[in-house]
Every structure is written in C-alpha cells, then in structure tokens.
Design a protein around this ligand. Structure first.
Ligand SMILES: Nc1nc2c(ncn2[C@@H]2O[C@H](COP(=O)(O)OP(=O)(O)OP(=O)(O)O)[C@@H](O)[C@H]2O)c(=O)[nH]1
Length: 494
C-alpha cells in the first residue's frame, strides 16, 4: 500500500541522517526536506507538513546531538512524536461496556464500505467473546439487506432486517429493541448511504439516531478520497454526533495520508482501518502503534496485545512441556491454530520491528495458505503419529503416501511438513531453560524486546526468513534496532 511506501521513505530519510558523522543544521534540514516531500506526495495537508517540520526542528537540540549523545534515538523520537501529534485527534473513542447493550450506528456515503465494515466490526468483538448482532436499516439500496444477511450468515452473527418494511426508522427501532431483549451486547445498526451528502440522507440519519439513541456513531470513510475527507467528515459530524471513524480501503493505491490527517484534524478518533475486502482485513487503529508500524519500527505493544487476545500468553500445559523440551506434531498443530487466531499472518508480521517493509501482500497469503495446508495434512494423521516425539521412526514412505492421499496433497508436501516440524523440535529443545510464570504465563520475554525478536526469528516460516536474507539478514535488522529504547517508542505494556 502507498502508506507503506511513505513509511519506507521516512525511515530512509532518518537512516541517512544517522549514518552521517557530522550532524549539523544542514543535515537535519535535508532529512526534514525528504520527510516533508514524502508526506506531501502521500497527500498530507501542506500546512500540517510545514508545522511538523518546524516542530521536529524545535525538538531536536543540535548541541546535544553534536556531542553524539544518542543521536539516532533523539532524531527518531522527535520525528515519531511529531507524526503521532499530527494524527492525534485529541479525543478518546467510545469504549463498549460489557454486560449491557451498546448500540452502535454506522453512517457514511454509499460505497464507502459501510456494510462490510459493520460485519468486520461485529466479528472483531465476537472474537473477543462479545454478543454481537447486526440490524440493516438500509431500505434505500435494493440488495442492501441481502448483502448484510449474507455477510452475517457467513460470520455467524445474528441479524435483523425486512424485505417488506420501507421505513428505515421503524426497522432500526424494532431491531434494536428485539436485540436488547435478547441480551445482546453490541448492536450494530447499518444505515443507508447516498452518492453524495444530501439533505435526505442526513434527515434519515437524524431520525434513526433519535429512535435508537446510539451510544456511538461510527462514520465510515473511504480513504481514497484523500483530503476531501476533511469536508465529508465535518459534514457528517455536523449532522449527527459522530464519535469514531473507520477508514476503509487503506490497502488500495489511494494516498491514504490525506484522509488520515484530515480526519485527525476534525478531532474524530479513527478506531479501525479496513485493509481489504476480507473480514480479517481489519485492524484496530491506535496512533502510536500505527506510526510505529508505518516507520517499520514494529509494534511490540500491539504484538503483545494480539498474543494476549489469542490467549497465547497463558498456556500452562504447553509451556510446561516446552520447559522440558517436549514437542509433538499435535503441539505444532495447536500452535498453528493459535497463530491463526491472532489474525492474518501479514498483520502479525507487520508488528515485528523491521518486518513490515519486507512483507509483500502476495507472500502473506502464501504463508497463511501453507499453514492451512499443513493443518489439513495433520488432520489425516493418526493419534500415534501426532503424539510421537520420534518422527523419523514413525513416518515411512508408505505412511506418507497414505497421508498425502487422505489430505489431497503431494507426498513431497507431507515430507516438507515433517522437516518443518523437526526444525521446530530442535528449536524447542534449545528452550529447555525457559522459566514459566507462576500462573503458567508465557516466559517473560517481553521485558527484553530484542531477545523476543530473536526468538521470533527462530519461529519464522523458513521461506519468510529467506525473504529477509536468512538469519544474518535478521541479525542485521536487530543490529539496526540497537540502541533504540523500544519501550519508549511503542508504549509497551509493563
Ligand atoms: N479494498 C478494499 N475494499 C473494501 C474495503 N472495505 C469495503 N470494501 C469494498 O468496497 C465495496 C463497497 O462496500 P460496501 O460495504 O458494500 O459499501 P457500503 O458503504 O455499505 O455501501 P451502501 O450500502 O450502498 O451504502 C465492496 O466491494 C467492498 O468489498 C477495504 O477496506 N478495502
């Protein structure tokens, strides 16, 4: 995506700065010039760019830098903080409360990705064990109810709508009432969109809002409209009390920087971003994490949250086994399942410092598919095979052939899986010394991010590792991170 390019250019400008021996005003100016031109070409508002340039310069104390006092960190930090400041809406979004109905109304122009985002939003909370449901009050576009129904059915989310009722206000009110009685916690109301900001659209929105009294109104915005986002967001905010924003299509070739900065300027916090048409292409938006990832610095805080959300930080049985150096194919299967729970591989990878720039969209899917294929193969194995510690002994050519037939794969793929497993097993054997937390928590790697990253490197899919130049490539990345106090940059949880 274009934003990744922007991040790459800014990171490059910062790197070129730190490789210089003499850091004088001219060097700082050159770096800022390059950063500004990168931001402008991503459509970020010119006024914002010029104030960022001024503020970064004010933050950098050249006298301190001249003494070589951790130059790299100070410069990175100044740029990082200013980018965060630029995107900071200065307002916190609504946080749904457990055990009560939270009515969330979605608004936006037609085609902005509203219906898709409603489902993604519902699924996001459903995965976190919230009771979520969908109400379709879009009676304007023929087929809107069918689309929502289809999405909801696919994601197994309860829904409400009508083919015969023409009054969107009545549908919204009835649906919300019904779901409130059912004890649903997140009740999402999808409203209709129009081609442009028309009075009738705003009137209908206001009537629905009055009928369902939403706890939050989410404005869905297509990022490809760039700086026009400012006017659109303002118009919607004036019509109804927009509390949060979801920005869609950030995966496209749009210059997303324009929309991002424009929305921040209207003081509407962005809560999620849409990065594709699939339900999984949806990410929580948090300014510091986003900027961190944009600059290829990773997002250790986000990574740890994803690990926690998937329950990976508390697996007493697994860690007990690991600490004894025991690892079987069944354990590997469970780990694959867990990693899948964390979301698309690409998303997880982009949280690892230095990785985002190296990820290409096609390859992410390739790795995900490879995981899935491996799981299908393991589904065709017997209990004895899954639980053995000695794969060399149990897998003969005949067995491998059978497993391949049973799972619709080639014997070569089964051997590949066995080789992968052996690699994992070897690594686990080295982890014997890990100390498990009292409550079975993950060994405390989080306090030492670099060590954690090294461990990650060992867990990488070999193809992915190859892509970044093998272990030595990874080491170079680690080296380039040296001297960086990551906890400062990434708001790491203590
Ligand atoms: N690439 C990409 N496509 C998206 C994203 N979000 C939605 N889309 C696509 O955008 C198109 C429009 O999305 P919808 O959800 O139907 O739009 P809508 O705003 O509900 O439209 P109305 O119901 O007519 O108001 C669909 O083809 C979606 O698949 C995204 O984040 N990235």
């Amino acid at each position: 995506m274009v934003l990744a390019e922007l991040g790459g250019r800014i990171a490059q400008a910062m790197r070129s700065m730190t490789s210089k021996t003499v850091i004088d005003e001219e060097a700082v100016d050159n770096m800022l010039k390059e950063i500004s031109s990168a931001l402008l070409s991503s459509d970020v508002n010119v006024k914002l760019v010029s104030s960022l340039r001024k503020n970064v310069k004010n933050r950098i104390n050249l006298e301190d830098l001249a003494t070589g006092l951790n130059r790299r960190r100070m410069i990175q930090q100044a740029v990082f903080e200013e980018l965060c400041e630029m995107l900071n809406p200065g307002k916190k979004p609504y946080q749904p409360k457990k055990g009560k109905p939270n009515v969330i109304m979605f608004v936006g122009l037609q085609g902005s990705g509203k219906t898709t985002s409603c489902t993604k939003y519902a699924l996001h909370y459903q995965r976190k064990s919230w009771k979520t449901c969908l109400v379709c009050s879009d009676t304007f576009r023929a087929g809107a109810f069918d689309q929502l129904k289809q999405n909801a059915t696919k994601a197994r989310i309860p829904f409400y709508g009508s083919y015969t009722e023409r009054d969107p206000v009545k549908i919204a009110r009835d649906g919300v009432e019904m779901f409130k009685k059912e004890g649903q916690e997140i009740i999402i109301v999808d409203t209709s969109g129009r081609h442009k900001q028309e009075a009738s659209l705003f009137e209908e929105m206001q009537q629905i809002a009055a009928a369902v009294e939403p706890d939050d109104i989410v404005f869905v915005l297509d990022s490809s409209i760039g700086q026009a986002a400012h006017d659109q967001a303002t118009a919607f905010k004036e019509a109804v009390s927009v509390g949060s924003v979801i920005m869609t299509k950030l995966d496209g070739h749009a210059k997303g920087g324009g929309a991002l900065s424009a929305v921040a300027a209207t003081s509407s916090p962005i809560v999620f971003i849409g990065t594709g048409e699939h339900f999984d292409d949806f990410e929580t938006f948090e300014v510091r994490s986003f900027v961190s990832r944009l600059l290829g610095l990773g997002d250790v805080g986000g990574l740890m949250n994803a690990i926690k959300d998937a329950g990976l930080d508390k697996q007493p049985e697994l860690y007990q086994k690991l600490s004894q150096g025991v690892f079987t194919l069944r354990d590997m299967y469970e780990q694959f399942q867990n990693v899948m729970k964390m979301g698309p591989i690409g998303k997880v990878m982009s949280m690892i410092p230095g990785m985002s720039a190296l990820m290409t969209k096609g390859r992410e899917h390739e790795s995900q598919e490879r995981f899935k294929k491996f799981m299908t193969i393991m589904d065709s194995m017997t209990d004895d095979e899954l639980d053995t510690e000695n794969v060399n002994k149990i897998f003969t050519d005949t067995r491998v052939f059978r497993i391949a037939q049973g799972s619709g794969s080639h014997p070569q793929q089964v051997w590949e899986l066995i080789e992968e497993f052996k690699r994992f097993q070897k690594m686990i054997a080295k982890m014997k010394h890990l100390k498990i937390g009292k409550n079975g928590e993950m060994p405390q790697m989080t306090r030492n991010p670099q060590q954690a990253m090294q461990q990650m490197g060992k867990c990488l899919d070999p193809r992915m590792l190859k892509q970044i130049g093998g272990m030595s490539g990874l080491q170079n990345l680690m080296k380039s991170m040296n001297g960086m106090d990551m906890s400062q940059f990434m708001g790491m949880p203590e």
